[in-house]
Design a protein around this ligand. Structure first.
Ligand SMILES: Nc1ncnc2c1ncn2[C@@H]1O[C@H](COP(=O)(O)OP(=O)(O)OP(=O)(O)O)[C@@H](O)[C@H]1O
Length: 531
């Protein structure tokens, strides 16, 4: 392991294949110039890019910090995941600390922590690719605009995909027919997440952004928590952001600096996020009677004040799995006795020493397996109106989601609250919705750069929403970033080609770019759709 860190992986050096036709791996594929390894417009890698001994195949998705790619080790044909983090002024000063944490986490050799085999600076070389041994490929590091590049193993799925799969009735039926219990399976996954976090906390490592995209699975019952050291470079989206961090994140957004956020993170924040993840799993995949006894435990781990949560991840998971097991063994319906719950919740403030026959203790489980948008003005003048226009979305959805938490320390009131707990109200709101709302709020506050960031976050989670692309286009336009605005509107049109407002907006941007004839064609198209 040590030598890997000294030599990195050789991916500081890169190139493009001679004679290869390159295209951008972003959501809208378009050709790139021969020497362009990174698309100057979208920031995605080129399809033919070769980074040291790795060939980039396709983009797996995007997160808060950058893009993840499936790549091939050229000789062995082994699949790996490359992640490229663009230089970001809000977090670049934390990169060295992040690299140290990546290293510490990988050296833990924990079976539920995804090891990162390399975390290095990288710059596009604009040179033909070479396949020389790694150590010969390492270039002198230049400080100009480096990217952060990581390398780790490829896994089959993330937690979002797992949930989407098991939400299908046929998948649930298949599990039942095989005599298996989805509840028990979920219990094993939770146990592995808890085990990974517990091991990390013991080494003073905090994850910082435990979100479904960072929880990876092998398609059977193996789980890894990914991106230790990297995830905390940016705050997570709602509902994963713990309430005590909201003010710090707002301050960081204003200052353009995530250092305070990095420093403020604690194991209690990870506990809060783990509770959100568990709630997501339960409410999406289980029947209420299968998890109802876990609700007070989840609420306790999500207390507004971190000091009121469980003392450790270990005690939280221990109580949670006990209640999950008990819920499953009870018939459907409301809980019959308050005593069953209150004792579990309040005894769990200190680490429990009891043993759970179904789930091994975490410690021993390491082996588990007011601005008026130019478009509003134009649209009004031109008489265009779209029911899904981003300006409307922005006006109606401003505001942050507040996570449901329990503040009372009284056992009886906690129990009563639990009885009144409305599952419908507790359904998790889509994280993409949350980012869209945030983008709308920032836009109305004239923070257009912030709105761009928020909309990109939303798109990283759901890039099939034309309204999001349109809103992103508006924000870019407000920043006079016409090329980006055009690209966004084109994305919106590829998803919804019959939206007259988007055609009009595209025309306006083309006009701004001096492409009058193309602009007129857009206006005509908008007219046709409206007539
Ligand atoms: N090792 C991996 N194997 C397979 N897929 C991966 C791997 N790492 C990441 N991915 C997938 O690539 C996509 C983008 O990952 P990335 O880490 O950039 O963002 P994320 O985890 O979704 O969000 P964030 O990191 O902002 O919390 C996600 O869908 C993720 O599941």
């Amino acid at each position: 392991m040590e030598s890997q860190w000294n030599q990195t992986s050789g991916i500081r050096t890169s190139g493009v294949r001679d004679g290869a036709t390159l295209f951008c791996l972003g959501s809208e594929h378009h050709p790139l110039k021969a020497e362009e390894e990174v698309c100057p417009l979208c920031g995605y890698l080129a399809s033919g890019a070769q980074l040291g001994i790795y060939q980039v195949l396709r983009c797996l998705g995007s997160g808060r910090s950058g893009h993840a790619y499936l790549a091939l080790h050229i000789r062995s044909k082994q699949q790996v995941v490359l992640k490229l983090f663009a230089p970001d002024p809000m977090s670049i000063m934390l990169w060295e600390q992040a690299r140290q944490e990546v290293r510490t986490a990988s050296l833990l050799n924990h079976s539920s922590i995804l090891p990162i085999s390399s975390c290095t600076h990288w710059q596009p070389s604009h040179q033909p690719a070479q396949q020389r041994p790694l150590h010969e490929l390492i270039n002198a590091y230049s400080s100009a605009e480096p990217y952060l590049l990581t390398l780790c193993q490829y896994t089959n799925a993330n937690l979002s995909q797992f949930i989407a799969y098991y939400e299908k009735p046929e998948a649930q039926q298949a599990i039942q027919e095989r005599g298996l219990s989805l509840r028990a399976h979920i219990g094993k996954l939770i146990q592995q997440m808890g085990s990974a976090l517990n091991a990390a906390h013991a080494r003073n490592l905090v994850h910082g952004a435990l979100t479904p995209g960072n929880i990876l699975l092998d398609g059977r019952d193996r789980l890894w928590v990914g991106d230790f050291g990297l995830a905390r470079l940016h705050p997570p989206f709602a509902p994963y952001l713990a309430p005590e961090l909201e003010g710090i994140v707002q301050h960081g957004t204003r200052m353009g600096d995530w250092r305070q956020f990095w420093q403020a993170l604690s194991p209690a924040n990870d506990q809060y996020m783990l509770a959100q993840i568990c709630q997501l799993l339960f409410t999406r995949l289980l029947q209420p009677n299968e998890y109802e006894r876990t609700l007070p435990i989840l609420r306790h781990a999500s207390q507004t004040r971190p000091e009121q949560r469980f003392a450790s991840i270990e005690s939280f998971i221990h109580e949670l799995l006990n209640q999950l097991q008990d819920s499953g063994s009870r018939p459907a319906g409301r809980i019959s006795s308050p005593n069953n719950i209150s004792s579990a919740v309040y005894a769990s403030l200190t680490p429990s020493t009891g043993s759970n026959p179904a789930y091994p203790s975490l410690a021993s489980s390491g082996s588990y397996g007011g601005y008026s948008s130019p478009f509003q003005a134009r649209n009004t003048t031109a008489g265009y109106h779209s029911s899904s226009s981003p300006s409307q979305v922005r006006n109606t959805t401003a505001g942050y989601h507040s996570v449901p938490v329990t503040t009372s320390s009284d056992a009886r009131s906690q129990y009563n609250k639990m009885l009144n707990y409305s599952l419908a109200a507790s359904q998790p709101v889509s994280p993409a919705d949350e980012w869209e709302k945030r983008g709308g709020k920032l836009f109305t506050e004239h923070d257009f750069a912030g709105a761009v960031r928020a909309y990109r976050q939303a798109l990283a989670l759901d890039n099939y929403r034309s309204t999001l692309w349109q809103a992103l286009g508006d924000a870019h336009f407000a920043l006079e970033q016409y090329k980006e605005a055009l690209s966004s509107y084109e994305q919106a049109l590829s998803l919804n080609p019959n939206d007259s407002a988007t055609w009009l907006n595209r025309g306006t941007v083309l006009d701004s770019l001096g492409r009058r004839q193309e602009a007129i064609e857009c206006y005509e198209r908008a007219d046709q759709l409206d007539s």
